[in-house]
Each structure stands twice: as C-alpha cells, then as structure tokens.
Write a protein of this length. Structure first.
Length: 473
C-alpha cells in the first residue's frame, strides 16, 4: 500500500509509542562528547552512552528517527538503489528492558500488520550460531525455516572494539526477479538490488573485551535500525531511494535546472542521484552547524559539495545551483525538521558561498586535470599510470579540488595517485600554514565564511536542537 515517507516515519514512531516507548527527537548530526565519531551514522550512535552505562536513559524504552551520514557509502550513491550518504534511521531501543522475543514480535507486527507487507516477499537473516533467534522467528512468528538464512560475523554480528555487542537479525524484502543480477548465486545477501536489507535488529547480549572473549550481559539491550528511505522505496514500489516521494521532488528540481529528463540516460541519472543525495546531506550538515573546511567534518561537507558541483558540470550546469536546490530540501523536510526552516537563510548562504568559491576555479581545474590525464594516457602503455603527487597538490591547492575527488576522477581512467609524494606536499603546506598563522593570527576559512554570512542573521538551529534533545533526555 503506497504510503508517503512522512507518514511512514509517523507510523513507526507512534507504533513504538503504543509499545510504551518514549519518542525522542533526532539528535544533531554532530556527535556530542564522542570523539570516536565524526558524524552520527546510526540511530544507536548517540545512544552509546546509555548502552555503556555512562548515563541513565530517560526511559528504558526509547524510539527515534535519527538523521545519519555515511560517507563510506559515497561510492555506492547513485549506483545502487539503496545507498545514500544521508538517510534517516528509524529505531527502537531497550536499555536492559525487553529483549529478543519482543523485538522480533514487534518488528514482525509492524511490517506485516501495520504496513501489511506480503509475508511471501520477506526474508530473515540471523547470526550463524544464534539458534534462539531462529526458534523465535519460526515458532513464535511462524516464519518458515527456508526463509531464515544463517550468516557470518561480517553481516550479522554487531561489534565496535570492546563493550556491548551481539548477534543481529536482519529483515530483507524481495523486490522480484526483475531486479536480480541474474547470477545463479543471487539470493539474500547478494550485492544486487533484488533482496533489499531494510531492518537490522541488534541483540546486544555480550560484553566483549575486544579480543574475541564474550561474557553474557545480565541485562541485554536491543537496538534496531531501519532505513526510512529504504522502507519508503519498498512501500511505494519505486526503483530506488531517489524516487521516493519527498526525495524525488529534490531530484526533479535538479533535472529542471539541468534541463535533462530522468531515465533517459544512465550516466545522467547517476549524476542526478548523486547531486540529490549530496545536497540532502550537506543541507542537513550545515543545518547542524558544520562549516566547509579542509579537515574533519568540515572536509566531509566540502568534499560532498564540490563533488555535487562537479556532477552539476557533468550535466552541463554552469552557474551555481546547489543553493537553489537546497531550498527544496528544506521545504520537503520542513515539518519533520523545523530547525532547517528557522535557519534557511543561513544554510542557503553557506552553501552558496562555498559553491561560488569552487565555481571560480572548477573549470580551469577540470581542464588542467583532463590535460594531466591525457598526458598520462598517451605515455608508454605498458606502464602502470601514476599521477605525480605534485600535480594532485596543484589541483588541491590552487583549484580547490578535494583529494578524494581527484582520486575518484583519475581512478575512473585507471590512474592511481602517488600518495607518498602527495602527502609530502601536504605536510610541507601544513608547516607553511602553521608558520603563517603564528605570524599573522588565525585567518582560517571558517571565519571567512562567517564574515560572508554575518548579515544573514544568527545561526540558532544547532543549539536549539541539542537543547531540545537535552531537555527530553
Ligand atoms: P547495507 O548492507 O545495505 O550497506 P548496512 O548493513 O550497512 O546496509 P546497517 O548498518 O545494518 O546497514 O544499518 C541499518 C539500516 O539502515 C539498514 O538496514 C538500512 O535500512 C539503512 N541503511 C544503511 N546504510 C544506508 C545508506 N547508505 N542509505 C540508506 N539507508 C541505509
Ligand atoms: Mg552498508
Ligand atoms: Mg548489510
Ligand atoms: Mg545491516
């Protein structure tokens, strides 16, 4: 049954409220007092303090819809049906309260009774040694044994370093033959887009010491994560995340500006999806207080914006445009994330300033990069093609190309980067910058951007969101 993304979010949260969970707002994308993580990448990440017993949760049962950023997925974006660098994760959490029986029963109830997903399209995976979960799925929920697949540690055991960890069980939706890669081995767990993993139920029942020794926890926890866009993709019967109702409107805006039609050309489609994804992630990052920089999360932001700008060029867009699409991201998310609306002028301005900066050099830089590639390609065919570190450094330093973007572009042409030489140039530059700062005070990028936007009113969103999260927590 077709259901809008916003409605699905609400259905999930109110379902778990009816199971006595406390609804909390999404935490900001910037982790609070957690140096181990650059950006929040799951619903569980901001709850770690509760699982580790460092803080007492406001309630033993909590439900959220959490904004997430996963840059490791960047290469998949636009190519698979199911990956974005930005997405929302629905979750229900038990802090030493209910465990497997309830987590499985409620997940099944939500998807088969509330959402009425056809059972014959659903598949379950469990951790290979977790017989208990198989029993529950089979005996208590009636899932046939041939629909339950055992998987290894890689996929079905959740663990980061030491601390609470445990097996997980995932729910997949079979989108049908037409999405299959056609390989004889194609089945649950295949990389193609036929069987889509959409819900991960983590049973954190052990305390691991990081060396493979596990002790059973007296009060095990539940942490689940379901991608909202993936769920919407399934419920709306569309091809991929970017065709989901609210996301599609953003992509249409990009297509309008580019003057191209979606679904006419695979290459163009990839660029449309990449831009749609990156403008979503960057709008939310700026909305949570991140500014473009050459390091840390500011670098993630800059890289995404500049990568999107490059794909804009590939579509033939020659003027800054991301800041316009940003407005559609904000209007599509106005109800769920009012802080975007409150900070609209600020967010648009930050994106525009960054876009304009890159616009000044991108064409010349691309021209130079193409010349460099041509030169390498016409050199001796028998040698492995390596771009000198000095060339990459010039593109970085003079033309503002993030190094990951350079790597990506040259890799498409089977060229690698001389990383050692590049690193040496970077270190020399850092040293120069350090000396310059010492002699003339810090005139960092951040202040630059801030100066540019100061007429646009104060930024209030980040503080407010964290304050809200704090009040409820
Ligand atoms: P995949 O194997 O498809 O990359 P995952 O196993 O990395 O997914 P989890 O870490 O288990 O994902 O996260 C829980 C849920 O969050 C997933 O089942 C999926 O619904 C959603 N999700 C994860 N990564 C993404 C992404 N890049 N874009 C959209 N949704 C995602
Ligand atoms: Mg993944
Ligand atoms: Mg997976
Ligand atoms: Mg998973």
């Amino acid at each position: 049954e077709w259901t809008g993304l916003n409605e699905l979010r609400e259905k999930f949260l109110s379902f778990f409220e009816s199971k006595e969970h406390m609804r909390l707002p999404s935490y900001p994308l910037v982790p609070h007092e957690d140096a181990s993580l650059l950006l929040i990448n799951s619903g569980m990440a901001p709850m770690k303090k509760f699982f580790l017993g460092l803080e007492t949760p406001p309630r033993k049962r909590v439900t959220t819809c959490q904004k997430c950023i996963r840059t490791p997925d960047i290469e998949n974006v636009g190519k698979t049906a199911r990956h974005g660098t930005y997405f929302e994760m629905l979750g229900n959490f038990s802090f030493g309260d209910y465990f497997k029986h309830e987590a499985i029963a409620w997940a099944w109830e939500f998807i088969t009774e509330v959402l009425k997903m056809p059972k014959d399209r659903l598949w379950i995976t469990v951790y290979q040694d977790d017989d208990e979960s198989i029993e529950i799925w089979n005996k208590e929920q009636g899932v046939p044994l041939d629909r339950i697949v055992r998987m290894g540690k890689e996929d079905n055991f959740w663990e980061i370093g030491s601390g609470p960890c445990g097996p997980c069980s995932e729910i997949y939706f079979d989108r049908g033959e037409q999405y299959s890669c056609g390989k004889p081995t194609c089945g649950v767990g295949c990389d193609c887009d036929r069987y889509v993993e959409f819900w991960n139920l983590v049973f954190s029942q052990f305390d691991g010491d990081g060396n493979g020794n596990y002790e059973r926890l007296e009060h095990p926890n539940i942490d689940t994560g379901m991608g909202l866009e993936r769920l919407a993709c399934i419920m709306q019967g569309v091809d991929n995340l970017f065709e989901v109702d609210t996301v599609q409107n953003i992509m249409k805006h990009v297509a309008r500006i580019a003057g191209v039609n979606y679904k006419e050309n695979e290459k163009t489609d990839i660029s449309l999806r990449v831009i749609t994804d990156h403008i979503r992630s960057t709008t939310f990052m700026v909305g949570d207080g991140v500014l473009p920089q050459n390091e840390g999360r500011g670098y993630v932001l800059r890289r995404l914006l500049r990568r999107a700008a490059r794909h804009g060029r590939l579509l033939g867009i020659t003027e800054p445009f991301l800041y316009k699409v940003c407005e559609t991201v904000i209007s599509e998310n106005a109800n769920a994330y009012p802080n975007l609306v409150e900070n609209k002028d600020y967010i648009v301005k930050v994106i525009k300033v960054e876009e304009e900066r890159f616009a000044r050099t991108i064409d010349q830089g691309m021209q130079l990069l193409n010349d460099m590639i041509d030169k390498l390609e016409t050199s001796d065919k028998n040698f492995e093609k390596v771009m000198p570190g000095a060339d990459a450094f010039k593109l970085y330093d003079t033309y503002g190309f993030p190094v990951d973007l350079i790597r990506e572009i040259i890799e498409e042409r089977n060229i690698t980067l001389d990383e050692t030489e590049f690193t040496r140039f970077m270190e020399q530059q850092r040293e120069r910058a350090r000396k310059a700062r010492a002699s003339m005070g810090d005139l960092g990028w951040e202040e630059d951007v801030l100066a540019d936007i100061k007429d646009k009113g104060k930024f209030v969103g980040y503080k407010e969101v964290s304050a809200k999260a704090k009040v409820v927590a």
